[in-house]
Design a protein around this ligand. Structure first.
Ligand SMILES: *Cc1c(COP(=O)(O)O)cnc(C)c1O
Length: 370
């Protein structure tokens, strides 16, 4: 078969099957489809399996989880929250939506997560918190960031959208910050369709997130604060509960796929894993020569039918929506890696033939430019 006639290998592929369909059907038949017993069960199960045993509150998206987590932690106008620029815009958006100011710090070049020295340099009188992202499924150095937070009396939050089951020194990410967020969007390591989870360090934060997601009510029509409708439905929770029984197995396959790519790719920088970390490979992200990156991505797709992704081509501090928080700001590592990264397919649906095709696509295309 010529490369042109091979099936396209997509960069991501949500796995949703009969079990999820049956779970949705069960909820539809029950007649109770909004937030109810499925959501409560999902929160329990997710907290125990993914969030280090913490109290976990379900909401309608990862972005809502960040926004409500920040509000519940008391972040608002006048506060600054230090975030990476090399991430999905939801990280900074959620800070801005509270009325607080996102302040961008640089990442380190190996794991693409917040660099503690850059964070330290960004601290001002108004800094309230640091919110690292465990990018691509590799934990940020929470010890180094915790040290900066302690030096300056700051709080630590986590954007763990991409890092279900990743660990740092044996503890699950999502168990370090005052709150942590997980996304359940379809391309994440597990999904509920759309959805998010807030893992909470205290019952006080958990209660406030519950109030904020439901118009400020714990008891009906006894509204205590001004809140949103950010509830998860039982339909989504039922999907998420099925996915939760599978995410550990899928993660092992992602790690095996990554090990295969590590062993066979040539002429590119493969993603290292810190000694204290386990990586769950939401993305398997290589670095190539920045001047060659777009050519490689195109050739892989057109000549080899291998999809890939660039996450993220424009750093947040250079996005039209966010530049006003970053006037004159230069983040050298962020700006460089944004030109160099390519995320290869690593998802659990890849078979050995697909992995071989990915390796061939990368190695031939990179060599062709050398
Ligand atoms: C996906 C993602 C979000 C937002 O989650 P949604 O569920 O899509 O709202 C936030 N931060 C990061 C790093 C993400 O990857």
């Amino acid at each position: 078969m010529s490369a042109e006639s091979l099936p396209f290998i997509p960069p991501a592929k949500p796995i949703v099957g009969d079990d999820e369909r049956a779970a949705v059907d069960r909820v539809m038949r029950s007649g109770m489809i909004a937030q109810g017993p499925e959501v409560a069960a999902f929160e329990q199960e997710f907290g125990a399996a993914v969030a280090g045993g913490r109290t976990t509150v379900a909401v309608n998206s990862g972005t809502s989880a960040l926004h409500l987590g920040l509000l519940a932690a008391g972040i608002g106008p006048g506060d600054e929250v230090i975030v990476p620029s090399f991430t999905f815009a939801a990280t900074a958006n959620s800070v801005a939506l509270t009325g607080a100011t996102p302040v961008f710090a640089d990442v380190e070049p190996d794991y693409f997560c917040l660099d503690a020295d850059s964070v330290r340099a960004a601290v001002t009188d108004r800094t309230a918190a640091i919110m690292p992202v465990h990018l691509y499924g590799h934990p940020a150095d929470v010890d180094a960031l915790r040290a900066v937070a302690d030096e300056h009396g700051l709080r630590l939050f986590e954007d763990a959208a991409q890092a279900h089951l990743a660990t740092w020194k044996g503890a699950q990410v999502g168990s370090f910050g005052d709150f942590a967020m997980f996304s359940l969007y379809p391309t994440k390591n597990m999904t509920s369709g759309e959805g998010g989870m807030v893992s909470c360090a205290t019952e006080e934060i958990a209660r406030m997130v519950r109030l904020l997601r439901n118009q400020g009510m714990e008891r009906q029509y006894a509204n205590e604060v001004v809140g949103f409708n950010a509830r998860m439905t039982d339909i989504h929770a039922a999907i998420g509960r099925v996915q939760l029984t599978k995410v550990e197995g899928w993660t092992k396959v992602r790690q095996e796929n990554a090990a295969y790519l590590d062993a066979h790719l040539e002429g590119v920088v493969v993603p290292p894993v810190a000694d204290d970390a386990t990586h769950v490979y939401h993305q398997y992200t290589i670095k190539v020569d920045g001047d060659e990156r777009d050519r490689i991505v195109t050739a892989m797709r057109e000549e080899h039918q291998v999809g890939s992704g660039v996450y993220y081509p424009i750093p947040n501090h250079q996005l039209a929506s966010l530049t006003r928080y970053a006037e004159g700001l230069e983040l050298p590592v962020t700006q460089q890696v944004a030109r160099e990264v390519i995320s290869l397919p690593v998802h659990p649906s890849l078979d050995e033939a697909a992995l071989e095709r990915i390796v061939t696509a990368v190695n031939t295309t990179v060599r062709a430019g050398a």
